[in-house]
Design a protein around this ligand. Structure first.
Ligand code: NAD
Length: 730
C-alpha cells in the first residue's frame, strides 16, 4: 500500500500506527488525496490479517485543522459546472459522500481503531477521530467543529456521531456555535475517552487496543441509547421543540447550514447509522449547492486568508517585520491600538499631551489584561510582559527608532497638523506615518506631513480589540513602500487589511452611512421603529440602524453632518436624516454614551425604543405598515449600491476587499458573502430592476451607478469583471 500523507508502522503485536503527516505542509488538512489514503487505510486494516488493530495519530503539532476549504471551494466552483440539474446533484452527492463512506468503513472494519489526538483537531479532523472506537487526546488539545462559521456543517458524520456521544443538546450547541472545546470538557461529556500528556497518547491508544476491546461503536451495538434521549424521548422532545426556535432567533432563518444541520440531527437520530450517514450526505450535498455556502467560504475563508497573507501588497514590495511603533493620542482608539500591538509583541511608545493622559491609555491596557488574567485566559507573567512593552510618555524623541506611527488624536485638522510636525522631528527615514482619522481626506492631511509619500490612512474600527478589519487609505502621494509597511503592521496584529482610495468616509463608513440613513429615512416616512430595527436584523445585519446610530453617538453624526455641509457648501443636498439628527442633538439625546438616544437605556443594562420617536414621522406614523421585506430590501440595497459605486469610482478595486470589508467592517449580512456577492447572487439585471423600483418609490439612495447598468446589460458579475486584483505576494 502506498500512502501520500500517512506513514505506517506495525509493531510486534500487530498494532499498525498510521501517522498523518502531509508532505511540505505545516498543518494536516483533509484533501482529496487524504481521503484516498483513508480509503486505503480502511481497506488495509480490514483485510491484512497481520494487523490486529490500528492507531491514527499525527506527525505534526496539531492533529488536523479540518477540510482544505480552498479545495472544497474550488470543488464547488468547478464541480460539474458544465452539467445541469440532477447530474450535477448526483456528482456533488457522490463527492460529499466519499469521506463519509470511508469513515463508516473504518468504524465497521471489524478491528479496533483508536485515535491518538496529539493536538488541535477541528472539523473533518475531529470527525476522523469520531469514527475511531477509542479516542485519547493530549492535555489542552482543542477539539471543535467550526464549519457553520463558513456556511457549512460537520458533514463528515459529525451531525450523527456527536449527538450519539454527548446528546443532542450539547451537540447542537457545539456545532451551531463552532467554538472548540477543551479535551477535559470533551472527556467529561463523553466525546473522547481519555486525556493524557501529548507524549503518551500513542502508547495509551496502543494499550487500549492490546486490552482486547470490542471493535464496535456504541451505536452499532444492541440496545444503544442516545444520551439525553432521541427525538421521541420525553427529554429529547424538549430539545427538539426548543432548538429550532432558538436557532431561528439567532439566525433569522438566513443560514441554511444551521437549518440543515438541525434536520440532520433530528432525522438522523431516528434511523440506524448507515441511513443516518446517507441523510447527512444528502443535506450536505444540498448545502454545497446553495449560494450562501459558496459565498461564505469564498469571503470569510478564501478571500480573507488571501488578504491576511498580504494579497494586496504592491508588486515589488516584500514582506517585513514591525518591531516598534508609536501611537499618538492615548484615548479611546489609541489605547486600543497600543493594546492590540503590544499583544502581538510589538513595542509601543504611547504619547499624549500630558503624562497623566498617556498613563490613562496604558491603564486601559492594564485593566484589560487584569480581566483576562482573572478569567484564567492569560498567565500573569504574560500580562506583565505585554504591559512592559508599552511606554507611556509625552516625549516624542522616543520615536527615533520606530517602524510606524499611528496618530489617533482629536479629529481636528489643526491639532493633527501640529502633532505631525512633532512626529516628523524624530521619525526615522523609511518609517511610515499613519493617521486613524475617520473623516479627513488623507491626501490633504498628508500635506501637513514632512514626507507625504510615507503618509497613509490606517483606519481602525471600534472597539479596536474586537474589530478585525483595518482600512488602509492611499493618498495621492502615498508610496508602495508605505502601503506595504502598513500591511505588515496589520498582519502582525492579526487583523485583515483592505487597501482603499481616498474619499469622504473612505469605503466602510460610506456604505454604513447608507444603512443608518435608511433607518432614519424610514422613521421620517412613518415606519414603526420596531419594524425598522427588526427588519434590519432579519436582513442579516447584527443590529438595527437606530441601535448602530446610538452606538456610534448622535453628536458624532451631527458633527459629521456639519463638516460635510461646510465642505460641500452649495452642493450639499438636504436629506430626511438632517432634521432628525439635529433635533436629537438639540435634545441632548446622544446615544448609548449618555443613556438616551433612539433608545432609552436603564441602569440595569436594559433598553427600549424611546417612546417619542413618532415625532419624526413627517406625515404621522403609517396606518398600513409596509411588509418587512421592503425594510430588508431598502437596507441591503442601499448599502450594496453604495459599494458598487465605490467600485465604479475605484475607491475599492478588488471584489474580495469590498466583500470581506463589508462583513468584518460593519457586519453586512455574512450569509450573503458580502455586499458584492449579494449583487452577484441576485444577478446584476434583477438587482438593477429591483433598485429601479425602490428608486421610484424611495428616491435617490437607490439610484444605481452606470457600472451596474453595464453589468446588467452584459450579464456580468463583479468577480468575473474585476477578478481578484493580482499582486506578487497573492
Ligand atoms: P479620544 O478623544 O478618545 O482620544 C483622543 C486622544 O488624543 C486623547 O487622549 C487626547 O488627550 C489626545 N490628544 C489630543 N490632542 C493631542 C495632542 N496635541 N498631542 C497628543 N495627544 C493629543 O478620541 P478617539 O475616539 O480615540 O479618536 C481618535 C481618532 O480616531 C480621531 O481621529 C477619530 O476620528 C478616529 N476614529 C475614531 C473612531 C471611534 O469610534 N471613536 C473610529 C475610527 C477612527
Amino acid at each position: 500500500m502506498s500512502l501520500t500523507n500517512f506513514r505506517m508502522e506495525t509493531d510486534g503485536d500487530g498494532v499498525a500506527v498510521f501517522t498523518f503527516d502531509m508532505p511540505d505542509a505545516s498543518m494536516n488538512v483533509i484533501s482529496e488525496s487524504v481521503i484516498t489514503d483513508l480509503e486505503a487505510i480502511a481497506k488495509t486494516i480490514a483485510e491484512d490479517d497481520a494487523i490486529k488493530g490500528a492507531v491514527l495519530t499525527s506527525g505534526k503539532k496539531a492533529f488536523c485543522a479540518g477540510a482544505d476549504l480552498k479545495s472544497v471551494f474550488g470543488g464547488i466552483e468547478g464541480a460539474g459546472a458544465e452539467k445541469t440539474g440532477d447530474e450535477r446533484k448526483q456528482m456533488i452527492y457522490e463527492a460529499a459522500g466519499r469521506l463519509n463512506n470511508t469513515l463508516r468503513a473504518i468504524e465497521t472494519c471489524g478491528k479496533p481503531v483508536a485515535a491518538a489526538i496529539n493536538g488541535l483537531a477541528l472539523g473533518g479532523g475531529l470527525e476522523i477521530t469520531l469514527a475511531c472506537h477509542y479516542r485519547v487526546a493530549a492535555e489542552g488539545a482543542q477539539l471543535g467543529v467550526p464549519e457553520t462559521q463558513v456556511g457549512l456543517f460537520p458533514g463528515g458524520g459529525g451531525t450523527q456521531r456527536i449527538p450519539r456521544l454527548i446528546g443532542a443538546m450539547d451537540a447542537l450547541q457545539m456545532m451551531a456555535q463552532g467554538r472548540p472545546v477543551d479535551a477535559n470538557w470533551a472527556q467529561q461529556k463523553g466525546l473522547i475517552h481519555e486525556v493524557a500528556p501529548a507524549a503518551e497518547v500513542v502508547d495509551r491508544a496502543k494499550a487500549w487496543i492490546k486490552s482486547g476491546p470490542e471493535a464496535k461503536q456504541p451505536w452499532d451495538q444492541d440496545k444503544f441509547k442516545i444520551p439525553g434521549g432521541g427525538p421521541y424521548h420525553p427529554a429529547g422532545m424538549q430539545v427538539f421543540g426548543g432548538a429550532p426556535a432558538m436557532m431561528r432567533r439567532e439566525t433569522m432563518g438566513n443560514y441554511p447550514a444551521i437549518r440543515y444541520m438541525l434536520s440532520c440531527v433530528y432525522e438522523g437520530l431516528q434511523v440506524p447509522m448507515d441511513a443516518a450517514i446517507r441523510i447527512e450526505t444528502r443535506y450536505f450535498a444540498k448545502l454545497l449547492m446553495r449560494p450562501e455556502s459558496h459565498n461564505m467560504i469564498r469571503s470569510i475563508f478564501v478571500s480573507k486568508q488571501e488578504l491576511d497573507k498580504g494579497g494586496r501588497r504592491p508588486a515589488g514590495q516584500s514582506r517585513g517585520d514591525i518591531k516598534k511603533i508609536g501611537v499618538i493620542g492615548a484615548g479611546f482608539m489609541g489605547a486600543g491600538v497600543a493594546n492590540v500591538a503590544s499583544k502581538a509583541g510589538v513595542e509601543v511608545v504611547l504619547i499624549d499631551r500630558s503624562q497623566e493622559d498617556a498613563d490613562r491609555g496604558k491603564a486601559h491596557i492594564e485593566k484589560d489584561l487584569s480581566k483576562r488574567v482573572a478569567k484564567g485566559r492569560m498567565a500573569q507573567e504574560k500580562a506583565d510582559a505585554q504591559l512592559a512593552l508599552v511606554t507611556a510618555t509625552t516625549d516624542y524623541s522616543k520615536l527615533s527608532d520606530v517602524d510606524l506611527v499611528v496618530e489617533a488624536v482629536f479629529e481636528d485638522r489643526d491639532v493633527k497638523a501640529a502633532v505631525f510636525k512633532q512626529i516628523d522631528e524624530h521619525l526615522p527615514a523609511g518609517a511610515v506615518l499613519g493617521s486613524n482619522t475617520s473623516t479627513l481626506p488623507i491626501s490633504s492631511l498628508a500635506e501637513s506631513a514632512k514626507n507625504p509619500e510615507d503618509f497613509i490612512g490606517v483606519h481602525f474600527f471600534s472597539p479596536v480589540e474586537k474589530m478585525l478589519l483595518v482600512e488602509l487609505i492611499v493618498g495621492d502621494k502615498t508610496s508602495d513602500h508605505a502601503i506595504s509597511r502598513a500591511i505588515d503592521f496589520v498582519g502582525k496584529i492579526k487583523k485583515t487589511p483592505i487597501v482603499v482610495s481616498d474619499t469622504r468616509g473612505f469605503y466602510a463608513n460610506r456604505c454604513v452611512m447608507r444603512f443608518m440613513e435608511q433607518g432614519m429615512s424610514m422613521l421620517s416616512e412613518g415606519y414603526k421603529p420596531a419594524l425598522i430595527e427588526n427588519g434590519a436584523r432579519m436582513a442579516g445585519m447584527p443590529v438595527g440602524p437606530l441601535t448602530l446610530q446610538d452606538e456610534v453617538a448622535i453628536d458624532l453624526g451631527y458633527r459629521v453632518l456639519q463638516a460635510t455641509k461646510r465642505d460641500l457648501g452649495a452642493d450639499y443636498v438636504e436629506t430626511p436624516v438632517d432634521p432628525i439628527i439635529t433635533r436629537m442633538y438639540e435634545l441632548e439625546r446622544l446615544g448609548r454614551k449618555n443613556g438616551k438616544g433612539f433608545y432609552a437605556y436603564s441602569e440595569d443594562g436594559t433598553k427600549r425604543l424611546w417612546h417619542e420617536l413618532d415625532q419624526f414621522a413627517v406625515n404621522g406614523v403609517l396606518e398600513d405598515q409596509p411588509d418587512v421585506s421592503v425594510v430588508q430590501d431598502r437596507i441591503r440595497y442601499a448599502q450594496a449600491i453604495e459599494a458598487a459605486r465605490c467600485m465604479e469610482e475605484g475607491i475599492v478595486q478588488d471584489p474580495r476587499e469590498a466583500d470581506v470589508g463589508s462583513i468584518l467592517g460593519w457586519g453586512f449580512a455574512p450569509f450573503t458573502g458580502g455586499v458584492l456577492s449579494f449583487i452577484d447572487t441576485i444577478g446584476a439585471k434583477d438587482f438593477v430592476a429591483r433598485a429601479d423600483e425602490l428608486k421610484a418609490e424611495f428616491g435617490a439612495p437607490f439610484e444605481v451607478p452606470q457600472l451596474l447598468r453595464d453589468m446588467a446589460a452584459k450579464g456580468d458579475t463583479f468577480y468575473a469583471r474585476f477578478g481578484a486584483k493580482q499582486s506578487e505576494a497573492a
